[in-house]
Design a protein. Sequence first.
Length: 190
Amino acid sequence: MNQPDGIDDPPGEWLDAPTAAAFLGVRRETLYAYVARGRLRSRVTAGRARAYAKDDLARLAAKTRARAGHAAVAAGALAFGEPVLDSAITHLDAGGPAYRGHPAIALAARGLPFEPVAELLVAGALPTRPPRWPPSPSPKAMAAIARLVPPQARPLDAAAIALAALGARFPRAGVGGNERAPRAPRALTS
């Protein structure tokens, strides 16, 4: 991605190495790595000095700040024309949110209940008939699952244990499918 010598670039579009490194808050070696990976364009200036494309630097800075999780920075990153996170599941534009290409307003106007829209999000397509979800676990089954979680377990660890146990107790062969599932382990049946 290095530009050959002698190209007439508009002034102000390229930054020298110390300025570019300060702009990104990185060392010069990192700039070289970005160039080698094709993430940053550079060109040779007078002597052996390098200059770096300001628009590439701005894009890299926006992506770095967006990954830090700041909503305002993420919104600012959109000003550079690049989404912070590409997703096939949801899309947001002036027309409002869309789920897998279906405008949410159109789904609501059709009167679709929660379950078909959830199947759309999970399976990638609207079901042709109402989805049949397994029944909720009984209080007795939930108590059996709760006993599997150690009292000192951290919340995410407890959730992982509970989800695994629920999956064993209420297996489902496939999203949207009505296939027969294997029998649940005896200790978790109610």
